[in-house]
Every structure is written in structure tokens, then in C-alpha cells.
Design a protein around this ligand. Structure first.
Ligand SMILES: Nc1ncnc2c1ncn2[C@@H]1O[C@H](COP(=O)(O)OP(=O)(O)OP(=O)(O)O)[C@@H](O)[C@H]1O
Ligand SMILES: [Mg+2]
Length: 288
């Protein structure tokens, strides 16, 4: 019998949704031979001295999709935000522990945070395009990161919009406001904006939860097609979605008032043979 995880490990092919046409997203290597890209060791985080995360240790594997699950308030967003140092922007937020990304210390005081955020992009629950045209939404970050040549800008614009399946939908209205797009289209534009910077990691914080079911399916399909080429860490409350798309899953829970990682492993193992009673209760819907 073919296991679910083996299926997940193969780069996705085909597209179940016919509402749009995906561009030629190249598949990268599969993630059946896991190699840690991000190593988190003993990560703790507090806001105004109130602990939000305590002692989280886990590896995120290159080219794989890792889902983080757990009830509200258990520190999933805080965890994601610490990976690209968005936590630096929150007054009163203190982080301790080690985060290595591609063997580099992501917490080093002299690290160029702009470069880190280019390498580790983030997608939020609510699509947040800039209140500008579709074109400028993509050109602005590219210019900020040094892409100035007009033909390169045009190429990257078309390539990323094609990758997220938006090119055919928007190519005739690139100079119209991004905020006039539907929620699902806006989220794909945000994904295109992140991809335009050619990150190696994409952090996604409940990227489908504000979308209608059809748009959610389109974005989910797209996330699956990123496997192999990008390392994706996705927070989701939708357990069925985590199960459908993730190779690995981490289950967080609040213990002694701080979020802790209860269990981490292959997605199939977490859902089918959890090692911890709390995980079993959560994934079965009995708790949480
Ligand atoms: N900016 C902040 N200032 C103070 N406390 C915060 C801040 N952000 C989060 N917290 C607190 O840290 C804890 C973890 O929050 P976090 O948003 O990381 O949880 P979460 O698992 O993402 O929850 P949800 O599933 O509801 O999004 C919570 O107790 C929350 O109230
Ligand atoms: Mg959150």
C-alpha cells in the first residue's frame, strides 16, 4: 500500500482546480531524503516578560511542507515570526534560544535582517496587498532589492504571476488597483510578491482561513506545488488541510502558561499514530 506521506513527498503534478491555469512551476527535488534547512534549539519567547513559547526545539526540512497545528494562543504565530525576526518589531518581545537557517545564526545581532526577510518570506491570514496597482505590488519589493532593469522587472513580473496562476487573469489590468481583486486573487498576489524575491523559505500563517472554499482550494493547490522548490512552514487550524498537504507536522499546546511543542514528526505519524495523548486528543477533535 502506498503511504500518504510517500505520496506527499513526490513533487505535486497536475492541478485539481480548473478555475485557473497554473504556470510552469518547476518541481525541485523531492523531500523523501530530509535535510534540515532550519534548526531551532530551545526557543523561548515572551511578551512584556509573559512567556508565550518555552523550549521549542525542531528541525524544518528543506523542500518540505511543515504544518504547525494547535489551539489558539499556543504560540504558532510567535514561532513563525521569530524565524524571520518580525518579533524584532514588537516592543517588549524577548526571544531566547538558537535559530540556524542554512547553518547561519538567524539571531546574530549583526545579521542583515532585510536579507533574512528576503530569504524567509511570510504570508499572513488576511491578504495584505499594498494599496497600489498589481504591477507596483510586485515591482516595489523587487526594486527595493536592487532589480532595476526594466526588462528584468517585466520578466520577473510575468514569471511570478504565472507561477501563482494569476497571469491570465490579470495581464490586461496590471495597472489597476490590487485591492480590486477578489480575496483569493489578492492572496495569490501576496504569494507572488513573496516569490518575486526568490526566498528559500515561505512562512504562511493561516493563509487560507480568510478565503472562500474555492479560493482556499486554489491557494492550497498552489502551496502543494511549491513543494520541492521552497521550504514551506504553514500554520493552519484546518486539520484536514494539514493532513492533505504537509510532510511534517508539529503540535503546539499551552503548558504552564507558555506554548510548547508537544510532538513533531511525519504528518502521517502525527495524525495516525501520535505518540502523545494530547496530540491524539487534539487531532481526533476531542480536545482543543
Ligand atoms: N504582540 C503581542 N503582545 C503581547 N502578547 C502577545 C502578542 N502577540 C501574541 N501574544 C500572546 O502570546 C501568546 C501566543 O500568541 P500567538 O499569536 O503566537 O498564538 P497562536 O497560536 O498564533 O494563536 P492563534 O491560533 O489564535 O493565531 C498568546 O497568549 C498571545 O496573547
Ligand atoms: Mg496565530
Amino acid at each position: 500500500m502506498t503511504s500518504t506521506i510517500d505520496m506527499h513527498c513526490r513533487p505535486a503534478t497536475g492541478t485539481p482546480a480548473d478555475a485557473y491555469t497554473l504556470g510552469p512551476l518547476q518541481s525541485g527535488p523531492s523531500c523523501c531524503d530530509p535535510e534540515p534547512l532550519i534548526r531551532v534549539e530551545n526557543l523561548s519567547l515572551s511578551y512584556d516578560n509573559k512567556p508565550a513559547l518555552a523550549g521549542v526545539t525542531l528541525d524544518i526540512y528543506r523542500g518540505c511542507i511543515t504544518a504547525l497545528i494547535g489551539p489558539s494562543g499556543c504560540g504558532k504565530t510567535s514561532f513563525l515570526s521569530s524565524l524571520n525576526r518580525l518579533t524584532d518589531l514588537i516592543p517588549g518581545c524577548e526571544v531566547e534560544g538558537r535559530i540556524l537557517i542554512n547553518r547561519q545564526d538567524a539571531r546574530a545581532p549583526d545579521l542583515d535582517v532585510q536579507t533574512l526577510r528576503r530569504q524567509v518570506g511570510m504570508i499572513f491570514q488576511k491578504p495584505n496587498p499594498f494599496p497600489l496597482s498589481i504591477r507596483r505590488n510586485l515591482e516595489m519589493p523587487l526594486r527595493e532589492h536592487g532589480v532595476r532593469n526594466r526588462s528584468e522587472l517585466c520578466d520577473r513580473l510575468e514569471r511570478t504571476l504565472t507561477d501563482v496562476g494569476l497571469w491570465d487573469e490579470v495581464k490586461d489590468r496590471l495597472d489597476t488597483p490590487a485591492l480590486a481583486l477578489s480575496g483569493g486573487q489578492q492572496q495569490r498576489l501576496c504569494l507572488a510578491r513573496a516569490l518575486a524575491l526568490e526566498p528559500s523559505v515561505l512562512l504562511m500563517d493561516e493563509p487560507c482561513s480568510a478565503l472562500d472554499p474555492l479560493s482556499s482550494a486554489v491557494v492550497e493547490d498552489l502551496i502543494q506545488r511549491l513543494r520541492g522548490r521552497y521550504t514551506v512552514v504553514i500554520v493552519t487550524h484546518n486539520l484536514a488541510q494539514a493532513r492533505r498537504i504537509a510532510n511534517y507536522a508539529g503540535f503546539f499546546w499551552v503548558r504552564e502558561r507558555a506554548g510548547t511543542l508537544i510532538e513533531f514528526g511525519r504528518c502521517q505519524q502525527i495524525f495516525e499514530e501520535p505518540a502523545h495523548d494530547l496530540t491524539a486528543a487534539y487531532v481526533s477533535g476531542a480536545r482543543g
